[in-house]
Design a protein around this ligand. Structure first.
Ligand code: BEZ
Length: 179
């Protein structure tokens, strides 16, 4: 049995990793989809005007691609404790099966905001989600920066994600129409 610790990043971790890792590989989780359905009151919005950030939603026919990071054994506990704190606005530390690009399957830890958490917003029309992201900002910066950095990171990794792509393009279009 492996005692390696792998962390699955599918959101901000992909472009703002913020911890040491030994190696990273593209991977996917089967039966899950990335969606901007979690409200952010502490990073990309405020309690009055929440932003929207990604979570994983169960969806049998979909895969979510992201990055698997192997954590240094002597730092893994501290890294995960720091992330538990950073993601305290509704995310639970969860173990999932990760399929690496080589086909190998490993256990990995990730953070999921489940529908029962108090900041969960769920599905809305994409135009409304885009507008909310366009106008929200919080202690970590603008919500627009969050989605555009994620969009860029997915493109750099050749990961297709229709939900993120559609939202990012709508946000850019909304911005142009206000200039
Ligand atoms: C991520 O980048 O994978 C992530 C970070 C925080 C919460 C959810 C996902």
């Amino acid at each position: 049995m492996s005692n390696e610790t792998w962390l699955f990043g599918y959101g901000s971790i992909m472009w703002k990793t913020g911890f040491n890792f030994e190696t990273s590989e593209l991977c996917h989780v089967k039966g899950w989809a990335r969606r901007f359905w979690q409200g952010s009151t502490d990073h990309r919005g405020t309690p009055e005007f929440p932003g929207r950030v990604v979570t994983l939603i169960e969806s049998a026919s979909e895969h979510c691609w992201g990055t698997a990071y192997r954590l240094p054994a002597c730092e893994a506990t501290n890294i995960l404790e720091d992330l538990d704190y950073r993601e305290k606005g509704g995310y639970d530390r969860t173990e999932l099966s990760l399929t690496l690009s080589s086909g190998r399957t490993i256990a990995g830890i990730t953070y999921i905001a489940h529908p029962h958490n108090p900041n969960y917003l769920g599905e809305s029309p994409l135009e409304d989600i885009a507008r909310q992201i366009n106008f929200s900002t919080g202690p970590s910066g603008s919500n627009k920066e969050y989605i555009l950095e994620l969009h860029q990171s997915l493109k750099q990794h050749n990961i297709q994600d229709g939900h993120v792509e559609t939202l990012a393009l709508r946000i850019l279009r909304q911005t142009e129409s206000t200039l």
